[in-house]
Design a protein around this ligand. Structure first.
Ligand SMILES: Cc1ncc(COP(=O)(O)O)c(C=O)c1O
Length: 378
């Protein structure tokens, strides 16, 4: 069965590469002649050890992750990681404190979770409306420039979310911590919804984490990449299964990991390597995003109101000039086999998530529909 005809714009769990799903289907009942499905294997047996180690190795190649960083496949999603990371890192410094940059709903959730474990400060935030170049931007639609981030040099880390999935706000580069007067404060990045969509210099970070179900695989596995210098500061009550020392030492098999999700993520990593790696997929992502934003900007009928330099390449929220047309728009889209375009309930309107697995062809199908809907309802 093929679902080639459908284009799924879900924000997550979201579209996986067709080739990956086909290969997984072929291998479902008997992985490589082992007589077992991957779901049935012991997580300590030789077959799964190979699958897990290869997934880690391929991820290291894709992102250029050096050996002094641990790669961990964990559970609980980015939401659990929002708690696990302060439990492991906030006590690094005697200050027992961390700084957070707030640019939308996800970074605010991370911040609130961290307040349970230590002193947490807001280094910068975009929670208010602001005028930039004579344009008024609503809260969470703009990003405070790096030079305005107030980082305390005694902080255990500085956290930010590099792609706000709901707001559609992407921070595509990393701040220079020395320039911010805090050279020894490690950066901790929630990269969930644009992970592996573009190159990322891991060496400039202390930790990067991502729930896989947007761009890297199915729900159930969270990827954590952590500089080994940051290991060993877990709070006494941190559960042992969430102590990074244990997970890193056992290479993600301190306890039973989400084996099938790791296997599928591993296939996605191989798919990306075959496509030419992150520099190659980035070019595809730029082309898709440019085409879609250009269409949205071409008339008053649709509107994306994010500060242009921070528009996300992955999540494109937009509104119709007349929101009484929303349900007609969504019904028509579904009839054209364009799925899951409804915006997040907190912002309304529409959202097209165009992750790595969405080909340009799918974006062009959406653009054709946008044009047609405007022609018939404008
Ligand atoms: C940027 C970001 N961070 C965190 C989360 C929370 O992830 P999870 O639901 O896997 O816990 C999400 C989920 O959509 C997200 O987009």
């Amino acid at each position: 069965m093929s679902n080639n005809q459908y284009w799924n714009f879900s924000a997550g769990p979201s579209k996986l590469p067709q080739e990956v799903l086909q290969l997984a289907a072929q291998e479902m009942l008997d992985w490589h002649g082992s007589g077992q499905s991957v779901m049935e294997m012991s997580h300590r047996g030789p077959e799964f050890t190979q699958i897990c180690d290869e997934a880690e190795d391929d991820l290291r190649v894709l992102l250029g992750i050096p050996e002094d960083y641990a790669v961990m496949f964990m559970q609980g999603g980015a939401t659990a990681e929002n708690a696990i990371l302060p439990m492991n890192l906030i006590a690094r410094n005697a200050s027992n404190s961390a700084d957070y940059v707030l640019t939308g709903i996800w970074s605010t959730k991370s911040y609130k979770e961290a307040t349970r474990y230590g002193t947490v400060r807001i280094a910068a935030q975009s929670h208010q409306a602001r005028q930039i170049n004579n344009v008024e931007y609503a809260p969470w639609t703009w990003v405070p420039g790096f030079d305005s981030w107030q980082v305390n040099q005694n902080s255990s880390y500085l956290h930010f979310c590099s792609n706000e999935t709901i707001g559609g706000v992407e921070i595509g580069s990393l701040p220079d911590m020395a320039a911010l007067g805090a050279p020894s404060v490690p950066l901790v990045v929630d990269a969930s919804s644009h992970f592996l969509s573009r190159p990322l210099d891991i060496r400039q970070t202390g930790m990067v984490y991502a729930g896989a179900q947007k761009n890297a695989g199915p729900a159930g596995v969270t990827v954590v990449i952590l500089h080994r210098d940051l290991l060993g500061h877990a709070l006494p009550y941190c559960p042992s299964a969430f102590d990074y020392v244990n997970v890193a030492k056992e290479r993600s098999r301190f306890n039973t990991p989400p084996t099938y999700a790791i296997y599928i993520a591993g296939l996605v990593f191989k798919w990306l390597l075959k496509k030419g790696g992150l520099a190659a997929i980035e070019q595809e992502n730029i082309a898709k995003a440019q085409a879609l934003y250009a269409q949205l900007d071409s008339s008053e009928f649709y509107r994306n109101s994010i500060q242009p330099e921070y528009r996300s390449r992955m999540n494109v929220p937009f509104i119709l000039h007349d929101d009484s047309l929303n349900s007609t728009f969504l019904e028509g889209a579904k009839a054209q086999r364009l799925l899951n375009l409804k915006g997040h309930k907190s912002v309304g309107g529409m959202r097209a998530s165009i992750y790595n697995a969405m080909p340009l062809e799918g974006v062009m199908a959406l653009i054709d529909y946008l044009k047609e809907f405007e022609r018939t309802h404008g």
